[in-house]
Design a protein around this ligand. Structure first.
Ligand SMILES: [Cu+2]
Length: 78
């Protein structure tokens, strides 16, 4: 996914290319939103979130996955 994109109403199209369940969470600037359920392998999900300009952490909230590297710092630009 891109590490910078314009702020505003943003829809993430998330594809699980892996072999186990994963999920998606974005947190920062007072926002904390994640998918209501995990994505099985080979499946997709969309999540729409309203982002003000700033820096956010995107992680896979499945237990232990963020510590395995499933995290990314992204910037919503003005
Ligand atoms: Cu994961």
């Amino acid at each position: 996914m891109p590490t910078a994109f314009p702020a505003g109403i943003v829809t993430f199209h998330i594809t699980n290319d892996g072999t186990m369940n994963h999920s998606f969470k974005i947190k920062g600037m007072g926002v904390e939103q994640q998918l209501p359920s995990d994505i099985p392998p080979g499946m997709t999900a969309d999540m729409t979130v309203s982002l003000v300009p700033g820096v956010y952490d995107v992680i896979c909230p499945v237990l232990g996955h963020a510590d395995l590297g499933m995290r990314l710092s992204v910037t919503a630009t003005q």
